[in-house]
Design a protein around this ligand. Structure first.
Ligand code: ATP
Length: 354
């Protein structure tokens, strides 16, 4: 199978929305997730890849096949929509067989391929039934089976699990990932749910305002966000970010007068944005650790941990702790200075400490 290559793709709408100058290579067999807030252009990019939308400039290529010149482009791609887009008046069999009917595939072959696809998608209900008789999860499987029936190399999914309940989403997510591993198919999957994105992706593309903000493995994106936007968008509860000043005597960064024991890079601005993830703050002292004192404002039980909302001076700060703490308590929190992220306040870009 061939890689899917996007080169400087731009599609702009009069509203100012769209996607701008996107270059990406999706490797064969890869699970690529497009992640970003509502309106950042994820669906537009997916529709461009599907050939449902045409770029103003740039090109899409699958191996040697060019979008404009070669019909194999459409043939090798199938898309699953958020609302599944099933035909209500057709049986499940007819829905799944529909792409084959359009291609005048013979009856026996249609029958074989529909059954195979339904099995691959984990669809166990009678195919003579109608979509209205199915649960959301079953409809999702029909939509997947319909995508698979064409035997595409690349499967595009747009918020495909968004309308399902949390438990079903989690189990279908596992199945989807397992399916991808088993079949070696390439997936491009759109979501605004960062938990889903981190769970599914081999590589993540974080988008913002129609542009790619960062591409990388989930761990890399989480541990080393290249911008404040990525740092705060990926991770839940979100990363704490403060405005820090350079102390004139020690040269290290202070937040509300508290020394963070981190030296900013040479030539960096006088003020720097400092980020710490809630789970990187703990009540346990350790070597090479900075410390801060906070006052607890409220506590939420999350099941496995307690999410603590506190104040560092005037600034809100969130931490995730293994045990309950009292509202109003003063807490000393410790952090590994190597886990602190620095961002340029004017560009939002990551800075490496000195
Ligand atoms: P969501 O998560 O809400 O689906 P998204 O990241 O998928 O959002 P898109 O649907 O790609 O975002 O939309 C990107 C921007 O382009 C939005 O500002 C949207 O209003 C605009 N847009 C998308 N399609 C069109 C269109 N056909 N005509 C005009 N503007 C459009």
């Amino acid at each position: 199978m061939d890689d899917l290559v996007l080169r400087s793709l731009t599609r702009s709408f009069p509203s100012g929305g769209g996607v701008f100058d996107i270059s990406l290579t999706v490797q064969s067999g890869e699970f690529l997730v497009l992640l970003g807030p509502s309106g950042c252009g994820k669906t537009t990019l997916l529709r461009l890849i599907a050939g449902l939308e045409f770029p103003d400039s740039g090109e899409i290529q699958i191996g040697e096949a060019n979008e404009a010149s070669n019909k194999t482009h459409r043939e090798s791609i199938a898309m699953v929509f958020q609302n599944f887009a099933l035909y209500p008046h057709m049986t499940l069999f007819q829905n799944i067989a529909f792409p084959l009917k359009l291609r005048h595939v013979a009856r026996e072959e249609t029958e074989r391929r529909v059954k195979e696809s339904a099995a691959k998608a984990g669809l166990t209900v009678d195919l003579k039934r109608f979509p209205r008789e199915l649960s959301g999860g079953e409809r999702q499987r029909v939509a997947l089976a319909r995508a698979l029936v064409r035997e595409p190399e690349i499967i595009l999914m747009d918020e495909a699990l968004a309308s399902l309940d949390a438990q079903l989403r989690a189990s279908l997510r596992l199945e989807l990932k397992e399916f991808q591993r088993r079949t070696g198919r390439t997936f491009v999957y759109v979501t605004h749910d960062q938990v889903e994105a981190l769970a599914l992706a081999d590589r993540l593309v974080v988008m913002r305002k129609g542009r790619v903000e960062q591409v990388g493995g989930p761990q890399e994106i989480f541990d080393c966000p290249q911008s404040e936007f990525v740092g705060t968008f990926v991770g839940n509860p979100p990363m704490n970010v403060f405005l820090a000043e350079k102390a004139s005597t020690s040269g290290s960064l202070t937040v509300n007068g508290v020394d963070f024991k981190i030296k900013p890079p040479e030539g960096s601005p006088a003020e720097i944005r400092v980020g710490i993830r809630p789970n990187d703050l703990s009540t346990e002292e350790g070597q090479g650790r900075g410390s801060i004192e906070v006052v607890v404002g409220s506590v939420e039980f999350s099941g496995a941990t307690y999410i603590v909302y506190a104040k560092l001076g005037d600034s809100p700060i969130c931490t995730e702790l293994p045990r309950r703490v009292e509202v109003g308590a003063r807490l000393k929190l410790f952090f590994d200075t190597a886990r602190v992220h620095l961002f340029d306040p004017s560009t939002g870009k990551r800075l490496e400490p000195a």
